[in-house]
Ligand binder design. Sequence first.
Ligand SMILES: O=C(O)c1ccccc1NCC(=O)[C@H](O)[C@H](O)COP(=O)(O)O
Length: 217
Amino acid sequence: MVRIKICGVTTPEAARGAAEAGADAVGLNFYPQSPRFVSPQQAAGIVRALPAFIAPVGVFVGMQLRQVCAVAFQLGLRGVQTYDEQPPDDNTFPFAHVPAFRVKDRAGLDHVRRFVDTARALNREPSAVLIDSHVPGQMGGTGHVAPWNLLKGFDVGVPIILAGGLTPENVAEAIAVVRPWGVDVASGVESSPGVKDPDKVARFVKNVRTGSESVFT
Ligand SMILES: O=C(O)c1ccccc1NCC(=O)[C@H](O)[C@H](O)COP(=O)(O)O
């Protein structure tokens, strides 16, 4: 089964809608420049609205680990998605750590491998890595597709979450090519930046489920 994170939910209704559609996780974006930004206060309301067993994951760009952990503890996040060049000094924190990488070529994948190897040597293996597209000047939520063909057979010993430009229309093909452990979507299920479209979310989840059935069974 391919896990699904609907990233950048901005309201309790959108979070509940994603969960009811069958998503496994929702992303709460704490990057102030994102159209999907939520304050910790808004995020608290969203987390409270989630049904049991649906994981809230925080997206943190350029924030000190201490601050990331404080927000994650305060809100009861299950996972933290970060954007760092190096593994954190400490990850004894009780959240799944998902470093995100913006990849455009083989050198980008080599960087992911080095990051995971370094983290493993320090006994700080990430829970998964998120592979996104690389768009100069943008950290995420770009709607641009990642290099699927490069990712064929890519194995760093931790689960791969595929992100970048996924939509209800292309996600089954992405799964067939990359065979990821999980998929992540932000703009591909929106009617406008930061506003999730319930119909697109439902179709995305349905197409992940049918696409993964035909690939993994
Ligand atoms: O979504 C954002 O605005 C964003 C901004 C800065 C850093 C990360 C961001 N999103 C993180 C995600 O995990 C997105 O789901 C991922 O980048 C894919 O986005 P999209 O191509 O729009 O599906």
